[in-house]
Design a protein. Sequence first.
Length: 523
Amino acid sequence: MFKLVVVGGKLRGQEFVLKQGDNVLGRDAECDIVFQVDGVSKKHVTFSVADDVVYIQDNGSANGTFLNGKITKRASVKGTDKIGLPNAILQLVKVQEKKVVVKKKIASPKKLKEESSEDYLAGGASPDNLVGKVFWLFKYKLMPMVHGINQEYEWRILLAILTAIFALATITLTIFPVLQDSKNVLIGEIANRGAHYAEEIGRMNSAALEQRNLERIDTAFLDKEEGVVSYELFDLEGRIVRPITRLNEYTNDPFSVQTREWAQKNKDSNKVKKQLLENGEIGIGKGIMSFNPKTGNPETVGVIAIRFAPRTLVIEASKSSRLYFESLVTSFLVAILFFGVVYYLTLRPIEEIRYKLEDALRGRRRGVDSDLLFEELNPVRNAINTGLQRLRELQKDESEADPNDIESDEAYVNTLIEFMNGAQGPVIVLNSSKNLVKLNSSAEDVCGIRLSMSEGMNILDITKERGFAATLIELCDNSANNGGTSQQGSYELQGKQYGVFVTTLIGKDGFAKGFYISFVLDS
């Protein structure tokens, strides 16, 4: 099957499929190929397809038909020939129908259906491996929530918020546990101190406790202890026996009531109740033990509840608060610096693209490139360069279109072939249509392509592996869109990994004229 591709003029980029037999091209609506371009006759030229051969015949048009720059009446056409019409240049392309068959072999209809129904932004199906699944969940499930916030707030504001949250979370999760541990140690020391007081009361008043005479118990030393705010010594019924000013009253202090209930349930003489109270105080409770000569065992005869407000705890709390605040301030200062670095590091490549795009639109440069390494922006640069190329073509004076406006590939391709003759490794040379022109014996062995069977055919039609052809085409397009600069990729051939390098020769007319593809075996 053959088709005509418009490579120059107002209809550049359009394609027309040729059927077997005669195909009349002209401005008349009854023509097989309706070509509405000024200067083209109503029935300008006929393309006759006979199996693998195409002929053109001028139908007596007013402005004539040109083949490779020369006016012609009837001739056969090859794939590299340029057909000139008024305000248009066409090229014949042979399409191999086996492409469709290969595509069906590679992907089953079910898989193609699944792939066509996937939404790119939704990420498609989740990967099977654990690491891939984690990244997939982060990118396509968690990040859409952040993108939703970005729809309400500018990116720089969102970045500032996320940086502040990161700084606050980092300090809270690292410094706060350390401060909390320090506070717990201090509370533990105070609890030991309260237990010592209870034991001291039991030692000093052992005789009175054995007789169950709690009124004779001496607790005067507690009045002199630093940090003791208040205390209550009471029996198991809650009747206060000390301090003496509240003798025979029943306790109604919440902590004392809790301590009495706790002491009734816990018979272990070594246990101490400790609790943080209001106003920064610490409550310490312990049972007063006495030896019972009848049972021969110690038993709880009273309970003491002490409220502490030690100066060390106040100092520690003040110190912890100050340390946390200082760490938070330091972290936020670092976060501000981090925000500035990330913001301007991200902004610079975008500004560079904008400045170079403006220069390209003014005609000061041919395309947009960058000295900064930002791989994620490469597709954007390539799309911009492609748009600039098409814009330059549209801005040309189409009324002066001439078959000679577009240079022939031949001289450029011959130069690439000369380079190939001195190459040591596998090399392939393609023309501007990505048709095979030449390859050396090393490339034949590595790629499985034979020049005698594939010369003049498109790279898509001569490779068994679709992925290999797609890789070559992508590298060729990227090189052409970036002013011919070399593009690098990789692919596995014959069970070995090769680096693939593609360089484009750009003609004076700004179009790609040939592609030089070399392969280097990865060590």
